[in-house]
Design a protein around this ligand. Structure first.
Ligand SMILES: [Mg+2]
Length: 300
């Protein structure tokens, strides 16, 4: 754990005085080396448009100074993410991906190769866990069917998936499940907006980021992480990343977590907000103020 956690002030990029309210944190331990981003809602907008070019421009600029890895950490399946990256025509592909919040994949020439040891153990742990918590599935299915309009669906990552009709309904389902799941402490519900799947307590976005960082010989002090929704909370932690950011469209729980961890929220949505907060916490070495991304007058 970073011993300096909690030292940095809360940061919110301000339209009025961004350079005064958000002082940069100097990189140490050999500098910034890894950016880990959620995909949907953090970089990618729901309308399917290309991801903001400013994100790739900044990644390229950092890569001129040294090796900086990019990890996409998503709830999508690997196949779905790969297809979406191609569809959105990303100019740079990630080096690694975390799929369904727990599987780890390495991209080589735009093709994903699974991290065999990690994924095999992960699958084994989940198979054993899901088989050991049999009664829980019927309890949850009955509640959802009788008391909500949510849809029970097949899910790539767990025996049961749920799609609520609204955030409010998802809140109701969360409230019901909390005491139920207390009886099975290794089983957790992973919520992303109106979507739910179930997972082993030890496998989440943060654990996967830690495993990738350690594999690359990168310390948390060299990592920046970005997320927008509840399934990102496990990785928005100084245990895994010194620099923690989110776009303006992040949900309130995520904003509160980012602030509590000394991170920064952009005033813009999606990738542009991520870049804005990234620039505040990690200015390009030697960059002049003219190169900084200034918030637009119509920024949210
Ligand atoms: Mg998201």
């Amino acid at each position: 754990m970073d011993s300096s956690a909690g030292d940095a002030p809360e940061m919110l990029v301000s339209r009025r005085a961004s350079s005064k309210t958000a002082g940069p944190i100097p990189a140490d331990d050999g500098g910034f080396r890894l950016i880990c981003t959620d995909f949907d809602g953090t970089l990618a907008e729901p309308d399917g448009r290309p991801i903001a070019s400013s994100f790739f421009k900044r990644l390229r600029a950092w890569r001129k100074l040294g090796r900086v890895y990019w990890v996409i950490n998503t709830g999508r399946t690997q196949e779905n993410l790969t297809a979406e990256l191609a569809r959105r025509q990303v100019p740079i592909w990630p080096d690694w991906a975390v799929a369904i919040e727990r599987e780890i994949w390495i991209y080589r020439n735009r093709r994903a190769v699974g991290w065999f040891e990690w994924n095999r153990k992960c699958e084994l742990m989940h198979t054993q866990l899901f088989a050991s918590v049999g009664p829980v599935w019927k309890l949850i299915e009955d509640f959802v069917a009788r008391h909500t309009g949510a849809e029970l669906v097949a899910d790539a990552g767990s025996p049961l998936g749920i799609i609520a009709q609204s955030e409010d309904e998802a809140d109701e389902i969360s409230a019901y499940m909390e005491p139920v799941l207390a009886n099975w402490p290794m089983l957790v519900a992973v919520r992303n907006s109106i979507y739910f799947r179930f997972s082993h307590k030890f496998y989440h976005k943060g654990a996967c980021l830690e495993a990738i960082s350690q594999n690359l010989g990168i310390t948390p002090n060299q990592v920046l992480v970005a997320g927008d929704h509840l399934n990102d909370l496990p990785m928005l932690d100084r245990r895994y990343a010194r620099y923690i950011v989110g776009p303006a469209n992040s949900v309130d729980e995520v904003k509160a977590r980012i602030f509590s961890q000394g991170g920064c929220i952009g005033t813009r949505n999606y990738a542009e907000g991520v870049v804005e907060a990234w620039e505040q916490l990690l200015p390009m070495p030697g960059a002049s103020t003219e190169l900084k991304n200034q918030p637009r007058s119509d920024a949210v």
